[in-house]
Design a protein around this ligand. Structure first.
Ligand code: FCB
Length: 428
């Protein structure tokens, strides 16, 4: 009754360079974390998972998870520590990491930009500066040329909407800008950067598969019949995800964006990356979480059907292969992660959409931006002090699903049946 098969959907796990590598790379996030009060627990990406020095140990753990795929990022600040100067030792390090993955039968999907800028790029204006897209092309050209014998799947930019809103509208991420004008500028330049990178990568590597990892949410009005709630939900969906996906997939810039010079309508994706976590409940002024819904440690609603709702919307708007490039939950005691996994994968199994991949966020507990070390999203637990890694029960469950290509009744009874979610007792 609870069993399902994932048929054509293969499993992987996902990470991002700044969140796992550790060390003193000169990124916007390393600098931001040095400012008192910016990060909830005062931690910084300097510690993280020390993955830079533990690549081999972590590859053994990836093998233990039985995954066929691994999504990872590159730290631009390591590869290009000052403008136009590339560090061959950093590139060689990634070559060794990627080569060993390929030898282990694990296919890499590489993210070029995951919220992480070298400080010199940020100080030149980053993606607020139209010339920033050319600087991004220089980096893209160098790393794709250097890695194309090992990698043929690329994500140009991770979650342009989350990045642009947090960095340039709410001002809580570096560089801390708060303005609607900068938000639309950032959207436009990020979309242009993707389109240029899409073309460039194909010119270097014609068989490559290139896409964007879009953060997609479900927006529902708190009171369905309330015109203000309904209009706000529509508007948020438009501004947060419809406009940006259209610009990046098709090169068409709808209001409030304007078509940039030199960017023409076309087809700029080989797959869609979907990062899906939650649903927003919208009132007139705010998006929040409804009452009596299941929530995770960070108070995010757990709404598995939403994965298929957003995937269907995207597939209708811009048909193409779908990769769930992130999905996971903050759950420090691992008491409901297996249920979360089960319910989201069951949605994929039951759907007729062309979902080819599911990358769980995340492989190992890591440095979660403003939440620092406090949010635990890993299939593998991390003791930050000792750097000891421990496979969680949900990690064992995931490994069994990956080996089986689905969930059996026995697996469900062992890992999921006893798990329950916390619920939100009040509207937030
Ligand atoms: C996504 C990010 C990822 C991680 C998860 C929890 O928005 O892409 O780096 O922070 O959320």
């Amino acid at each position: 009754m609870h069993a399902f098969s994932l048929r054509n959907c293969e499993l992987g796990v996902a990470t991002a360079a700044t969140q796992i590598e550790g060390g003193h790379a000169r990124t916007n996030w390393h600098r931001w974390a040095e400012q008192p009060g910016r990060i909830k627990d005062g931690s910084s990406p300097v510690r993280a998972c020390d993955h830079w020095n533990r690549v081999d140990e972590d590859r053994e753990l990836l093998k233990a998870l039985n995954v066929k795929h691994y999504r990872m990022g590159l730290e631009w600040a390591r590869v290009e520590p000052s403008p136009g100067v590339f560090d061959s030792t950093a590139i060689d390090h990634y070559r060794r990491e990627l080569g060993a993955l390929v030898d282990a039968g694990i296919k890499p999907l590489v993210t070029l930009h995951h919220f992480n800028n070298p400080v010199w790029f940020e100080d030149e204006g980053g993606f607020l500066n139209a010339a920033g897209t050319e600087v991004f092309q220089r980096y893209t050209q160098r790393v794709v040329s250097a890695l194309s014998d090992l990698v043929d799947e690329w994500i140009t930019i991770n979650e342009p909407n989350i990045y642009a809103t947090h960095a340039f509208y709410f001002g809580v991420w570096p560089p801390g800008v708060k303005s609607l004008r900068t938000l639309t500028t950032a959207y436009t330049n990020l979309a242009a950067a993707h389109i240029d990178a899409y073309r460039l990568i194909h010119s270097l590597q014609p068989q490559a598969r290139v896409g964007v990892a879009q953060h997609l949410r479900v927006f529902r009005p708190r009171v369905a019949w309330h015109p203000g709630h309904w209009a706000s939900a529509q508007m948020m969906e438009w501004l947060f995800q419809r406009v940006i996906t259209k610009a990046m997939c098709k090169g068409r810039f709808l209001a409030p964006l304007r078509q940039p010079a030199g960017i023409h309508p076309g087809h700029y994706y080989d797959f869609h990356g979907i990062n899906y976590y939650s649903r927003s409940t919208v009132t007139r002024l705010d998006d929040g979480v409804g009452a009596d819904v299941p929530i995770n440690d960070l108070g995010w609603e757990i709404y598995p059907q939403g994965l298929i709702e957003v995937a269907r919307w995207l597939d209708d708007a811009h048909p193409g292969p779908l990769y769930v490039t992130e999905n996971g939950t903050a759950n420090s005691d691992d008491g409901f992660r297996s249920r979360f996994l089960y319910e989201h994968l069951a949605e994929i199994a039951a759907s007729d959409l062309p979902i080819e991949r599911y990358y769980h966020w995340t492989f190992i507990d890591n440095w979660e931006w403003l939440e620092g070390e406090s949010a635990r999203f890993g299939l593998i637990g991390l003791d930050y002090e000792t750097q000891e890694r421990t496979m969680r029960e949900s990690g064992r469950f995931f490994a069994e699903i990956a080996a089986n290509g689905g969930v059996t009744e026995d697996l469900y009874q062992r890992y999921v049946a006893h798990q329950i979610y916390s619920t939100n007792s009040r509207i937030r």
